[in-house]
Ligand binder design. Structure first.
Ligand code: MG
Length: 377
């Protein structure tokens, strides 16, 4: 990608000049991008990954994330995270880590905003239901569906289907589908988004589940990570209770995880001194929390799994969502005239089963319930 040329708006610095000053040798440079499937002329003042970020933000699949649950459904209140606010928290934490490690923040932001775009309605319950509906035609994975959205389903331009994102964004997403896809480690920018995703949901699921009174901080403090976090909060701020304690625990939980990864990754990067993004990938290095923190996070995640994600209130939501999706899958396959015209056309290409799966996966939680009530209840 030619981002080295002089700026076409007088007085502006080129992307390449800016990156030469700011980025570490192991960062992915915009000038080294392998470009897009359908070649496009360079933008006068946005780099390729900035354009990718903007294309994601302006896509309809991205906007629909506001109507898709992360863990808790909309009828449980309006405090907790949706898939969209989760995505913004991931982008924010990932950029903090990326800036500290002198990685390409534009690429990180594009990848973070893109990472959950393929989630179907009703979170993992929805994904499991669609996966079983599509068992005969390859199953369903939200990570793979994100690529289908980006390459085929979003129609924003006359000259090509999809968003025509840069190779690096698509390839990084492909490594989420199949960890071995590239043969090498993912780009460090993609690894940052992965670790930030895990930090983010561990922190906000703790917050949301206490706020929704599914568990208490005292119960969570049975596990070492939360016990130590509460201890540090009390050390810094004195004895806090209620909402203030919960909020301080969340700040501290994010801070602990980000600091840990920066220390661990910072040490490796400063010792190994990769000379390029490619060399970092070939080395097989994988960014991860330190052993102690990884163990503590696993304990928190298994606590959340048993006490929150499997809470009777959520099990009921899960069951109802899956029953609906199964009924809708069978219903739309039988009555394809109910599909919008572009999906009826797509059925000719990829078959009715896959098409119905894709149509259902694009729905928000609310739209899914509405369509179910309208046609299949
Ligand atoms: Mg996520």
């Amino acid at each position: 990608m030619d981002v080295n040329s002089s700026p076409r708006v007088p007085g502006l610095q080129t992307i390449a000049a800016r990156e030469a000053v700011l980025l570490a040798p192991w960062a992915m440079r915009s000038a080294d991008s392998r470009g897009r499937k359908y070649p496009e002329t360079e933008h006068p003042y946005r780099g390729p990954f900035q354009r990718d970020r903007d294309r994601v933000v302006h896509s309809s699949a991205f906007r629909r994330l506001s109507g898709k649950m992360q863990v808790f459904t909309g009828d449980m209140g309006d405090y907790h995270r949706t898939r969209l606010t989760h995505t913004h928290e991931v982008a924010s934490i990932a950029r903090t880590i990326g800036r500290a490690l002198r990685l390409n923040e534009d690429l990180i932001e594009a990848l973070a905003l893109f990472h959950d775009i393929g989630h179907p309605p009703f979170g993992h319950a929805g994904e499991d239901a669609l996966n079983s509906c599509l068992a005969d035609c390859g199953g369903f994975s939200h990570n793979r569906y994100a690529l289908t959205i980006a390459e085929e389903l979003e129609i924003r331009y006359q000259s090509f289907p999809g968003l025509n994102l840069s190779h690096e964004v698509l390839e990084s997403q492909a490594t989420r589908v199949d960890k071995q896809a590239a043969g090498n480690s993912p780009l460090l920018e993609a690894q940052v988004v992965d670790v930030a995703d895990s930090m983010t949901y561990d922190a906000h699921d703790t917050d949301d589940s206490v706020k929704l009174e599914l568990v208490t901080i005292d119960e969570l403090a049975e596990i070492p990570l939360i016990r130590e976090t509460v201890g540090r909060v009390h050390q810094r701020f004195g004895t806090l209770r209620g909402d203030l304690l919960r909020k301080a625990v969340v700040h501290e939980l994010i801070d602990r995880q980000v600091t840990d990864v920066l220390q661990t990754a910072g040490q490796v990067l400063s010792q190994r001194r990769f000379e390029s993004a490619d060399e970092a990938r070939r080395s097989g290095y994988r960014m991860a929390p330190s052993g102690d923190l990884a163990e503590q996070k696993a304990e928190l995640e298994s606590f959340l799994y048993q006490r929150v994600y499997r809470h009777p209130r959520l099990v009921e939501v899960r069951r109802r969502a899956q029953d609906r999706l199964h009924a809708m899958f069978i219903g739309y396959c039988r009555r394809s005239a109910l599909l919008p015209p572009e999906f009826r056309a797509r059925a000719e290409l990829v078959g009715i089963g896959r098409t119905v799966g894709e149509y259902l996966a694009g729905m928000t939680d609310r739209y899914c319930v509405q369509q179910y009530e309208l046609y299949f209840a």
